[in-house]
Design a protein around this ligand. Structure first.
Ligand code: PFF
Length: 446
């Protein structure tokens, strides 16, 4: 198996792939709107604390298990288990991760499809195809189905090409473009009237909200979703990291980049909403809160772009290119989880596994498209609010309570021989053993 497994060719390659997985709709859409509806910088502050105190240790747990086992989640968790009971638990947790990530991908694909459709709409307008442009932005089953298919074809194509020639190659191309587009858009939007009100709404904290249980739950869910935790994604990417790599360092870089890009996205989305308000676009819902759900991205922002005239077409293209890139580098990391399992456990050839599993997930997506109202919110809630935190909890238990401490230390020492005397080894084992599991449960049961 060893020789046939892929590996990232460089630290940069891994960083772009893992950050690509982490940075997605969750950062550019979820984080800013969560912040807006939860006390602005109070949410930002809580999120930063939770991301580093709870999510970073859980991320490290996945990376370490993955690189140690050099295998998919099921095999990896089994390999660190001791005894029959924990091996059975490993099977259940590994499988639950595969099922969860497949369902996350099934709804993620639908939203990503909207992003591509909105990317093409201003292009159609520039080409004078007004009818097509109108169809692209109108919610319909045919459009949603067609773009689910297109997005899944892109995802399957990249995953079929493998770790180095697919995931790494595309992540190293797409992620720098994403950061560049984000910076350009922030620079532009901040010059527009109203933008400073948005920045104020984002950055002036309402600290009375910090102890609000809803804020805590939202911030933790956001942190786990954003770092792609609990479903084996970071585990499988960890399994492709070279043994010479310093895991605590690369893990911190991924967490920092993810959080940094989320914070930056807030500096785009909230100012953009207040610019929209200044241009006469309604940004509050009936309850008086800021519009946060799908309405924000597919109606408020497009309405804003259309008030900008000709320039607005280019701003719209850039914005939806940003969203499409963010979605694609995340969706490939999701599909890799079941595909790696199919390849390693059942000996299926990678391309075949990617096509078969990709098609199965496409069918689930299409079922959700056809029954959107009852299914969409239910799948989102079950996967991201119920399953993901519980699985994150399970990964912490595996690494801290089941795996031998010596095995963990040996694995980390591979890329950082001096780790035993450093800060990471002094803090992390205690955190992941005594602080993370009860804290995750506490916030979860809030
Ligand atoms: N981290 C991605 C985001 O913030 O949009 C979502 C995600 C990717 C969740 C990969 C789970 C996953 F396995």
């Amino acid at each position: 198996m060893g020789a046939a497994r892929g590996e990232f060719s460089s630290r940069f390659g891994f960083l772009m792939a893992a950050t690509g997985s982490a940075v997605g709709l969750g950062n550019i859409w979820g984080f800013p709107t969560n912040a807006a509806s939860n006390g602005g910088a109070a949410f930002l502050f809580t999120y930063l604390v939770l991301a580093f105190v709870l999510a970073y240790p859980a991320l490290m747990a996945e990376l370490i298990i993955g690189r140690h086992a050099r295998a998919n989640a099921v095999t990896a968790l089994r390999s660190i288990s001791r005894g029959e009971k924990s091996r059975l638990a490993a099977l259940l947790v590994g499988f639950a991760g595969i099922v969860t990530v497949s369902f996350i991908l099934s709804f993620y694909t639908i939203v990503s499809g909207w992003m591509i459709a909105h990317f093409f709409a201003p292009i159609a307008r520039l080409l004078g195809m007004q009818g097509l442009a109108a169809w692209l932005v109108e919610d319909s089953i045919v459009r949603n189905g067609a773009f689910v298919l297109l997005f899944m074809i892109l995802t399957i194509t990249i995953i079929s090409a493998g770790v180095k020639d697919g995931i790494e190659k595309w992540a190293t191309r797409l992620m720098p473009s994403l950061i560049l587009i984000l910076l350009l858009l922030i620079g532009y939007v901040l010059t527009l009237p109203g933008a400073m009100d948005g920045l104020r709404a984002y950055l002036v904290p309402d600290f009375s909200r910090v102890t609000d249980p809803a804020l805590l739950v939202d911030a933790m869910g956001q942190a786990f979703f954003s770092l792609s935790l609990g479903v084996g994604t970071m585990l499988i990417y960890g399994s492709y990291i070279s043994s010479d790599e310093n895991l605590p360092t690369v893990g911190s870089l991924v967490a920092l980049l993810d959080v940094g890009i989320a914070v930056m996205a807030g500096m785009l989305i909230l100012p953009a909403m207040y610019v929209a308000l200044a241009n006469g676009v309604p940004i509050y819902d009936e309850a008086g809160g800021l519009i946060a759900g799908p309405g924000l991205i597919v109606s408020v922002l497009p309405a804003l772009f259309s008030t900008m005239g000709f320039v607005g077409l280019f701003v719209a293209i850039a914005f939806f290119a940003l969203m499409t890139i963010a979605s694609l580098t995340s969706s490939i990391s999701m599909l890799e989880v079941p595909v790696a399992y199919g390849v390693e456990h059942h000996g299926v050839e990678r391309r075949k596994a990617a096509i078969i599993i990709g098609l199965l997930i496409t069918v689930i997506s299409l079922l959700i498209v056809l029954n959107f109202d009852p299914l969409f919110d239910m799948v989102v809630t079950l996967t991201t609010e119920v399953s993901q935190p519980l699985l994150g909890f399970a990964f912490c238990i595996f690494v801290a309570w089941i795996w031998h401490r010596n095995g963990i230390l040996e694995e980390i020492q591979k890329g950082s021989p001096e780790v035993e005397s450093g800060w990471f080894w002094k803090i992390w084992p205690v955190y992941v053993k005594y602080i993370c599991p009860p804290a995750i449960l506490l916030v979860y049961f809030q």
